[in-house]
Write a protein that binds this ligand. Sequence first.
Ligand SMILES: NC(=O)c1ccc[n+]([C@@H]2O[C@H](COP(=O)([O-])OP(=O)(O)OC[C@H]3O[C@@H](n4cnc5c(N)ncnc54)[C@H](O)[C@@H]3O)[C@@H](O)[C@H]2O)c1
Length: 451
Amino acid sequence: MDQQKRREFLKASGLLAGGIALSPFASAHRSSYGFNSNVDDTIKVALIGCGGRGTGAAAQALSTKQNVKIVAMADAFRDRLETSYKSLTSKKYTDANGKNVEGTAKVDVPDSRKFVGFEAYKDAMALADVVILATPPGFRPYHLEEAIKQGKHVFCEKPVATDAPGIRKVLEVAEIAKKKKLNIVTGLQRHYQPNYREAIKRIEDGALGDIVGGQVYWISGGVWVKDRLPSMTEMEYQMRNWYYFNWLCGDHITEQHVHNIDVANWVKGSYPVEIQGTGGREVRDGKMYGEIFDHHCLDLVYADGTTISSQCRHYEGTYSRVDEAFVGTKGRIDSFSNKNTILKDYKGKVIYAHDSKGDGNPYQIEHDELFEAIAKGEYKFADAERTAKSTMTAIMGRMATYSGKLVKWDEALNSDINLFPDKLAWDAMPKVLPDENGFYPIPVPGKTRAV
Ligand SMILES: NC(=O)c1ccc[n+]([C@@H]2O[C@H](COP(=O)([O-])OP(=O)(O)OC[C@H]3O[C@@H](n4cnc5c(N)ncnc54)[C@H](O)[C@@H]3O)[C@@H](O)[C@H]2O)c1
């Protein structure tokens, strides 16, 4: 390939400024913008964390209008990587000219660019212009730090950490990314979902007056459980069954409910100054559920005195709701479900009703907008800071329910509770271990330390 032409594209798109090394495997393509036809405009992507969401995000990156290729993949486990590779190569995609192409044309990942293990992410990132980070969230601060150090643009999944030291690292890295003008889009996809964007724009413009209360929910059944096999070390078991261990997942309040808590923060335009709450394990009693709770109820208290209530739970066979509602001094919104995103006043008059006809899929829109910006050399996305602060809000909620204490923002953010293992190796020990019967210690309000 013509290194000089790729260098020109990288310069025009701003990728070179990020310190991208030229590599020998991109081929010549026509730019969808026509600003440098005959120039190799391939945007090379490394997928880090090849599970369900990583595979989905990679497929979305490949379905944008730009010339995107996956050139490297990294996972802690070979089997997860190969399943993802098979899935991505067996799909069909649309290329920059609107033609259908086979997955094998877009996923250029020979065995030499498949990396496995705890350190795999570094080698994979080095080969790419953009990285997708979709491991369990406990690794996110370290992977984000490396991506920005290597000068890569990033799509990274939420949440972005599982403890306060992780959040502090992400906040530092977010500042460095801003200085380096590296785009970071995070997977709080409601920010890329038209009904949320349109309704919240109007709320920010005062359509409901001051927001003085609300409720946010993720109440649903639970998620998957992975069995312990006799061959597994404790580290492998926790990594496979990651949802139930806080160093990896942060509890479901962080992993799932961050979406709704983030909407509360978005609508309020700030972050809670204090949180108190109640939580526990009502129906989740097996050893396979590790250390996490199955319900949390919080008061999120903002600086102006507004309290927003938050509920999340994992109870099979019960009422389910994943949504948000707010009341303002002039009106209310009762739901953000696509068909019901309606702002009304207290006489019932509709202030704004979102028409969701033609709305795109937010999971696709976040990639469409990111890759368009990258190809045009634009610096448009700095999602890491707000995602870190919304993740911190969820962690602070967990601190409140685990301890039963009133937790303040500053003490939570400065907490030195560090959940991450001292060493990452298959024979190393995570910090929380099972007793002789295989049960993990469960936090006890009134006894468990808050911050
Ligand atoms: N935005 C959304 O709606 C949404 C939906 C689902 C998941 N997610 C997020 O995506 C992330 C991944 O979730 P998932 O459902 O895909 O989980 P998953 O278990 O399917 O995938 C995680 C993958 O990361 C790999 N992995 C673990 N540690 C690693 C490491 N240190 N280095 C490299 N690879 C590693 C695992 O082996 C696995 O293949 C989570 O943060 C989750 O919260 C977001």
